[in-house]
Design a protein around this ligand. Structure first.
Ligand code: T4K
Length: 462
């Protein structure tokens, strides 16, 4: 849209300058070159049209009337869900491994290709249970570029997180850095299949085997994603999914641990239910981490719609690929080499030197367009408490994490976003980048309360 306005302005300029050049040459008496083909003048734009096509930060109308969010829930078939809820209510079994949770566990295990699934109330509790169940102690290697829950889960289990750098392409653990970080205190590796991308699982499995370490994955983003080769399975000793409302497949709130380890699965089934092994027998330390029947009903209905959700996101992703191609300083994360992928995260990186805007400036300008882009997972867990206090120099060993945390911008997708919305977002981003100096100057004076990172922008820092 902004592009349209720019084209119209350029055409207008060309039409004005040509006759002027011709008359200057005629005055000098030089040979007159053959006339260039006449470019028809675009109809002049009304001030209202111009305002509609201009960026909001420059006084134009926002690209969207409604606000677009990252993580608006995908809604599965309401009738099917309500029928399941009716079943739950009629059965009187509301939680504690009712039929919905049992079905949900079976479906999740089948999709993950795992022997066991233990459904949980959320992934954070699932992570804590798996860490405890695997007997991780001492130090565990983990990326800092992840949602804070990954690291809190370790710390709350009395394990020290040792932050490790990531691969700049996948944003997952860099196995060379993992190898370098292993010491005699290390008991495990906790990788994160960030954005649904697979960690370098085979290499991590080799390292774990060589050094006698436990290997588990936070797969909160990766339910239903399948790597290209089955032997590259995402599975370690255990893997934990999130079914939070913002995830592609959700259960309002929910999580699941999958594993092929029979003994671990047995242990986890006690642990998720206070450690009970019978009516009045406690066999293990435990908690209340169970999923309830209403969540499982939503989870099952959401899993029913998985192919539709993935296909919708894939089409949106193609629209983003098309619309963002060739923009200076902005790169969209390339499609993962995967047999199946949710495309739930549209991850871009902004190089401020080429783009002319920092990531934070672009996020702010988009917010004025009613697009709530997110700077996940800024500034990295190593810069959040209590970890910043524990290892204040961690940033020095994490150059890729530090750089990526400054550059990542995630754009809205999901079933509430159409391909047309995606194309319109891209057009507005292109327009903002074309007018980068004016946008930067306007943001410095902008007092709009929607701008979350207002103070640093005004100070000119990024
Ligand atoms: N590991 C990783 C790598 C994770 O990313 C996460 C969670 C976990 C572990 C832990 O999983 P859980 O214990 O949560 O199962 C969200 C989620 O709260 C969190 O689950 C997720 N990762 C994280 C990446 O994102 P926010 O702060 O972005 O959510 P929020 O509330 O800002 O929601 C995003 C947008 O979605 C809002 O702008 C409005 C919209 N929304 C949200 C909800 C919840 C709705 O329209 N309806 C809704 O019900 O954290």
């Amino acid at each position: 849209m902004g592009g349209l306005m720019d084209n119209q302005l350029q055409k207008g300029r060309a039409a004005v300058s040509r006759p002027a050049a011709k008359s200057a040459k005629a005055i000098r008496g030089a040979a007159v070159p053959p006339a260039a083909p006449v470019v028809p003048l675009a109809p002049p734009m009304s001030p209202v049209q111009a305002r509609r096509l201009s960026a909001a930060v420059l006084g134009g109308v926002p690209a969207f009337r409604r606000t677009l969010h990252v993580g608006r829930p995908n809604m599965p078939d309401q009738q099917v869900f309500l029928a399941r809820i009716q079943q739950v209510l009629s059965s009187g079994q509301l939680t504690n491994w009712g039929p919905m949770v049992q079905d949900f566990e079976a479906r999740v295990a089948e999709i993950a290709g795992a022997r066991h699934c233990i459904a949980t109330c959320n992934a954070t509790t699932g992570l804590e249970l798996a860490i405890g169940g695997l007997g991780m102690t001492g130090d565990v290697i983990v990326p800092s570029f992840t949602f804070i829950a990954t690291v809190h889960a370790l710390w709350r289990q009395g394990v020290r997180p040792v932050f490790c750098d990531i691969d700049p392409t996948t944003h997952c653990l860099d196995p060379d850095c993992v190898e370098a970080a292993i010491t005699s205190l290390t008991t495990g590796i906790l990788g994160v299949h960030l954005w649904g991308n697979s960690c370098a699982s085979e290499r991590l499995r080799e390292l774990a085997r060589e050094h006698g370490l436990k290997l588990m994955f936070d797969a909160a983003h990766a339910f239903g994603c399948q790597p290209e080769q089955p032997k590259n399975s995402y599975l370690g000793d255990a893997e934990v999914y999130s079914f939070h409302a913002t995830k592609c497949i959700h259960a309002f709130e929910g999580g699941a641990i999958v594993t092929n380890d029979d003994a671990l699965a047995d242990r986890l089934r006690y642990m998720v239910n206070f450690g009970f092994a019978g009516e009045d027998q406690v066999a293990h330390l435990g908690t209340n981490g169970k999923m309830n029947e209403a969540s499982a009903a939503m989870g099952l209905t959401s899993v029913d719609a998985m192919d539709r959700f993935f296909a919708h996101n894939r089409e949106n992703y193609a629209a983003f690929e098309k619309g963002l191609a060739g923009l200076p300083g902005l790169s969209l994360m390339p499609r993962a080499a995967a047999r199946r992928h949710s495309y739930q995260y549209v991850v871009t990186e902004i190089d401020p030197d080429t783009a002319g805007l920092t990531r934070d400036e672009l996020v702010a300008a988009l917010r004025l367009e009613n697009v709530v882009a997110r700077r996940y997972f800024y500034p990295g867990c190593h810069r959040m408490q209590p970890y910043a206090g524990l290892s204040p120099r961690a940033g020095q060993t994490l150059p890729v994490t530090e750089a990526v945390a400054q550059r990542v911008m995630v754009l809205p997708t999901g079933t509430q976003i159409s391909c047309q919305d995606a194309a319109r977002m891209c057009a507005r981003i292109a327009s903002l980048l074309r007018q980068a100096p004016a946008v930067r100057a306007a943001l410095k004076h902008c007092k709009d309360p929607r701008l979350p990172h207002f103070a640093p922008l005004r100070a000119g820092s990024h």
